[in-house]
Design a binder for this molecule. Sequence first.
Ligand code: V47
Length: 353
Amino acid sequence: MSLKDKILAGHRVSFDEALSLYDMDIFELGALADSLRKKLHGNKTYYNINRHINPTNVCADVCKFCAYSATRKNPNQYTMTHEQIMEIVKEASLRGIKEVHIVSAHNPNTGVEWYMDIFKKIKEAYPHLHIKALTAAEIDFLARYYGKSYDEILDMMIEYGVDSMPGGGAEIFDEEIRDYICKGKVSSQGWLEIHRKWHERGRKSNVTMLFGHVESRANRIDHMMRIRELQDITGGFNCFIPLVYQKENNYLNIKDPITANEILKTMAISRIVLDNVPNLKAYWVTSTVGLALVAQEFGANDLDGTIEKESINSAAGAKSANGIDLKEFKSLIQNSGFTPVERDSLYNEVISD
Ligand code: V47
C-alpha cells in the first residue's frame, strides 16, 4: 500500500513516513490533509469571539524569540492593575465576547495571588465568560518561583475560575533547540507533565508549536509525535496551533523567513500526524490572514477569533495589534469557499438567534 493510500485508509503514520511527506508535491499533500479535514469537519471553519489580555510584560526569563517581554530591545515595562484588567473585560463583555485569553510574561514581582485573584474577580462578575489562562510556562514559573507544586497551582486555577489552558510555551520540544531558543524556561517534559495533570482533572487545553526559526523538519515531527503520544493517554488537547515565527525585535536573528510553501506543508503534515487531535488552528496572527484562509485547504478548520488586542506576536512584527472585525472575518471565510461557524471555547457550536 502506498503511503497516500495508507493515510486515506486511516492508518497512523510513523516518524519516518511523516518526515517523507515534506517531499510530496504540495498540492497532493494539501489534498490528503483536506480529505482528513473534510471527514472531521466538512466545510466548516470555526472561529470564536474572544479578547486577548496580556497583563504584564515583566519577565524573569529570556527567550531569544520573544519581542514582548521588557528587555533592552523593549524597555517599556508595564503591569496592569486589577482595575485596568476589569475595565478591559467589562468593555469587551459589553461587545459580546465569550472568552478571555489571559497570558502574561513571568513577572517575579506580583505573587501567585495576583494571578488567581483576577481570575476570581472576572468569574464573579462575568460567570458566563470562559477564562482561558496561564500557559504551562507560566505555571512552571509560578511553581518554581513561589515553591509550589504543579498540582497546587493547577488546583488553585480550578478553584479561582480558570476554565481551560492555552497552548503557549510549547515552542519546540527537542531539548537541544529548546536550550538554544529559551534556556531556563519550562522543560519539554515539564510542559507535557503540566498538561497531563490538567487533563487528568477533566480539563481541556491547546498545544502550540513555534516553527520557522532554527528548528529542522525532523524537530517539528518529533514535536508532533510527543503531542500524539500524550493525547493517546489523556485525549485532553482540543487543538493544535502551529505558530509561525515572527522575526522583528528579538534576539534570534533569523535572516530568511520560512516560505509559505513550507508553512502550508507543515500545516498539512500536522493534520495527518495528529490523527487524535480534533482541531487544527491556522492562527491568522502569525500566518497572516491570507495564508490562514489558504490553510483551510491544507487541513486547518479553525481560524481563532477576533482577538481585539494582541501584544505578544505583534511585538515581533505580526499585524494583529488591534484584532480583526468580525463581519470582515466571516465574509473572508465565506468568500474562500468555507462556512464560518462560531464555536465556544470547548468547540461546541454556538447557535445564534
Ligand atoms: O508561547 C512568542 C509565541 C506564544 C513569538 O491556546 C511567538 O488558543 C511567533 O500560545 N513569533 C503565545 N510566535 C501565543 C499562544 C497562543 C496564541 C493563540 C491561541 C492560543 C491558544 C495560544 O507566542 C508563545 C510563543 O510560542 N511567540 N514570540 C515570535 N517572535
